[in-house]
Ligand binder design. Structure first.
Ligand code: ZN
Length: 236
C-alpha cells in the first residue's frame, strides 16, 4: 500500500537534495541539532522527546473538566502534547524547515499515544496536505508521520484521501474562516478501499478539528465503518 516509504538510498537522497535546493543539501551534510535545546547529535534529543510523552499514560478521551468538543463524526480524538514549546518547534521544523528526520520521533510519539489510548482502528490515513505545500517542501509531512506510526503499530498506512480542490493556506486564516474553508474539500482517493474499514486519521496538529471532521465525512461517504484520529499536538 505504501511502497517506497523505506529509507531512501543515498543516491536518491542526493538527487532530491539537488532538486530541493540548499536547505536539504545542508541537512544531509550537517549533524542534526535538537530542535528543543539546540544540542548537537539528534534532531530531537532523548530529554526533549519527553515533552512529546507528557500525556502518553493519560486515560483515553478528554480530561474531566474539559468541554466535550470531539468534532463529529469522529469517534475518538487523541493527541500527544499541547502545541507549545518543543512540540510546536518540532512540528514547525518538520513542516517549514525541511527537517524531515523529525518525522521518526514525532511518529513514534503518535504510535505510543495510540497504543495506550486507541480504542480501535485498522488503517492509518494521513490528512492530505495541499499539493502546493507538498511541492514546496518536497514531501508530505502527514504521510511521513503516519508511515512512522504505522511502522511501530504494525498497522497498514494508506493515502486514502485527497483534497478535492486546493484551499487557501490554513494558517493564514482565522478559526471561523478555517472551518468555512474546509467544507467538502476532502474525498476518497480512487482505488483505495475504505469500505468497511475503521480509519485512524493522522495529522501533526489539531486546532478546531474542522479538518479532521472533513476527512472523517469523506471516509464515511466512501463506506468506512468509523473514524478516529490521533495527532502529535493539540492547539487551543
Ligand atoms: Zn533537546
Amino acid at each position: 500500500m505504501l511502497r517506497g516509504m523505506s529509507a531512501p538510498g543515498i543516491a536518491s537522497r542526493l538527487v532530491e537534495a539537488f532538486r530541493n535546493g540548499a536547505s536539504v543539501a545542508l541537512d544531509l551534510a550537517l549533524p542534526a541539532t535538537c530542535v528543543g535545546c539546540r544540542r548537537e547529535g539528534s534532531p530531537l534529543c532523548r530529554e526533549c522527546r519527553g515533552w512529546l510523552m507528557v500525556r502518553v499514560e493519560n486515560p483515553p478521551g478528554l480530561p474531566i473538566g474539559v468541554a466535550a468538543d470531539l468534532p463529529p463524526p469522529l469517534v475518538q480524538l487523541e493527541w500527544c502534547a499541547p502545541f507549545t514549546g518543543v512540540s510546536r518547534r518540532a512540528i514547525h521544523a518538520l513542516k517549514y524547515s525541511g527537517e524531515r528526520r523529525l518525522a521518526r520521533p514525532l511518529g513514534e510519539a503518535v504510535a505510543a499515544r495510540w497504543r495506550r489510548a486507541g480504542a480501535g482502528g485498522d488503517l492509518l490515513v494521513p490528512v492530505p496536505a495541499s499539493p502546493d505545500r507538498i511541492r514546496e517542501r518536497g514531501y508530505d509531512h502527514a504521510l511521513l508521520l503516519a508511515a512512522m506510526a504505522g511502522d511501530v503499530l504494525r498497522l497498514p498506512v494508506s493515502q486514502g484521501l485527497e483534497r478535492a480542490h486546493d484551499t487557501a493556506a490554513q494558517h493564514a486564516l482565522g478559526r471561523a474562516s478555517r472551518a468555512a474553508n474546509l467544507g467538502g474539500v476532502f474525498r476518497a482517493r480512487a482505488g483505495v478501499p475504505l469500505r468497511g474499514r475503521w480509519v485512524v486519521l493522522v495529522d501533526d496538529v489539531v486546532t478546531t478539528g474542522a479538518t479532521l471532521a472533513g476527512c472523517a465525512m469523506a471516509v464515511l461517504d466512501a463506506g468506512g465503518t468509523a473514524v478516529s484520529a490521533v495527532t502529535v499536538a493539540r492547539e487551543r
